[in-house]
Design a protein around this ligand. Structure first.
Ligand SMILES: NC(=O)c1ccc[n+]([C@@H]2O[C@H](COP(=O)([O-])OP(=O)(O)OC[C@H]3O[C@@H](n4cnc5c(N)ncnc54)[C@H](OP(=O)(O)O)[C@@H]3O)[C@@H](O)[C@H]2O)c1
Length: 138
């Protein structure tokens, strides 16, 4: 079976927190941390994020200095994302949105919508890439 390889990538504070009280990005603790994060992304065929993180971090889901960009995958129940979000304004990998309950606004620029379970989505998008490495970014 051609299963995707999935890595989960997140930062955690010494007291167990993954975000601050305002749910805003808190920055990198060191250059080495940031370099490690970019190295992980560079090995990925696809990046996968929840809609909350996409919105909170205003992510473009790009990999710097790399010609072949990973798929940019977002998980949501209804796919309610503003077309003005930087994701849609930045040229990079193809955008795939899993709207588990069906998309409310399926006309988001350049996005392919999927409906169903996360497991089915991973299998579907797995066929879009030559290798099979996903990175879960949130
Ligand atoms: N420390 C770190 O490394 C790190 C990494 C990433 C994020 N963060 C932080 O985490 C915070 C965001 O957290 P969050 O609680 O909003 O989590 P999240 O998982 O990013 O977003 C939650 C939303 O994602 C969608 N979703 C997630 N799983 C789903 C599923 N199985 N099926 C359908 N939809 C699903 C839903 O969107 P809908 O509401 O559209 O249905 C849900 O409301 C931000 O503050 C961010 O900065 C920290």
């Amino acid at each position: 079976m051609n299963r995707p390889w999935i890595s989960a990538n997140f930062a955690i504070s010494a007291d167990g927190k993954i975000t601050n009280v305002a749910q805003r990005p808190s920055g990198w603790t060191s250059k080495a941390d940031h370099a490690r994060f970019l190295a992980l992304r560079k090995g990925a065929d696809a990046l996968l994020v929840g809609r909350g993180t996409l919105e909170a971090d205003r992510m473009t889901m790009t990999v710097p200095d790399q010609e072949e960009q990973p798929l940019r995958c977002v998980v949501s129940s209804k796919g309610r994302i503003s077309p003005d979000h930087p994701l849609f304004q930045t040229a990079a990998g193809p955008i795939h949105i899993l709207a588990t309950e069906g998309a409310e606004n399926p006309d988001l620029p350049g996005a392919t919508f999927h409906q169903g379970s996360l497991a089915d989505f991973l299998e579907e998008t797995n066929w879009c890439v030559s290798r099979t490495r996903f990175i879960l970014v949130g």
